[in-house]
Design a protein around this ligand. Structure first.
Ligand code: COA
Length: 244
């Protein structure tokens, strides 16, 4: 357990709980450091990642006390954006289980994950302009990719908060489940992912996120997979009547 995170390590996944309940899990420098450490571990030993928040909140944004003191140079360091990009680039899928507020940088952290699940109490929002800044760690482009420009601009420019129903309707979250079942459902989703061929899953994520170059990247990734023993044994199993 770090100072700001609870970390559970399993053979095929890591579960990270943001834990600064006294500040609604606001993302401060210590949490950024600890999340970078988690990323370093996952880069070395790829596993699935589940991120959630303690005590009925996902994360109420970057720590406003710290943000207030940051100037141009810190903005150019991309303190949050680099971390969220690193998370987005992890080689195996990531899931955010969102209960309660996911605001500002907290929302951007959830946007950087591959799949989001929500409890009925989930609220996504980017109130940064109200604090005189912009949402610079992914909301201005990831949210648009996730829900389209119309909804993204309502969130970014008009302070619209998306509740769980909105988030489901707009495709931001895969499912809305009672808070008490959220982690169990997230694990079930990760179980489903873990049944796939690990290299196939990894290359699919890489190709799905590739900014361009299709279909060349897709064909190259497929060329690697077509040579894999895992592919042959999975297809042999199917042809022998096995269903996973
Ligand atoms: N940074 C630093 N501290 C934060 C914080 C943040 N982003 N969000 C909440 N906190 C702190 C509050 O200052 C308060 O501290 P205190 O107990 O020492 O006064 C504590 O967390 C509880 O917050 P409070 O506002 O009393 O809880 P609430 O349940 O009434 O409201 C929120 C929860 C999330 C709606 C509200 O805290 C909020 O709007 N937070 C800021 C959201 C935001 O603008 N994020 C964008 C940052 S870029």
């Amino acid at each position: 357990m770090g100072a700001t995170l609870a970390i559970e390590e399993h053979a095929d996944r890591v579960v990270v709980t943001l834990r600064r309940p006294e500040a609604r899990n606001a993302i401060n420098a210590a949490m950024i450091r600890e999340l970078h450490d988690v990323c370093a571990g996952l880069e070395e030993h790829p596993r699935l990642l589940l991120i959630t928040g303690a005590e009925g909140t996902f994360a109420a944004g970057a720590d406003i006390g710290e943000l207030r003191e940051r100037g141009r140079d810190q903005a150019l360091q991309g303190i949050n954006s680099r971390l969220f990009d690193r998370i987005a680039r992890l080689s195996l899928p990531t899931v955010a289980a969102v209960d309660g507020y996911a605001l500002g940088g907290g929302a951007e952290l959830a946007y950087a994950c591959d799949v989001r699940l929500a409890s009925p109490a989930a609220v996504f929002g980017n109130p940064e302009p109200g604090l005189g800044i912009l949402a610079a760690a992914g909301a201005c482009w990831r949210l648009r990719e996730l829900v389209g420009a119309s909804v993204a601009k309502q969130v970014l420019l008009a302070g619209r908060r998306l509740d769980a129903d909105d988030a489901y309707r707009f495709g931001l979250v895969a499912e809305v489940v009672p808070a008490g079942e959220l982690i169990e459902r997230a694990h079930a989703l990760l179980d489903r992912m873990a049944r796939s061929g690990p290299l196939a899953l990894r290359l699919t994520k890489l190709v799905a996120d590739a900014p361009g170059g299709h279909p060349v990247t897709d064909d190259l990734a497929q060329a690697v997979l077509f040579e894999s023993e895992d592919k042959r044994s999975r297809m042999d199993a199917f042809l022998a009547g096995e269903r996973r």
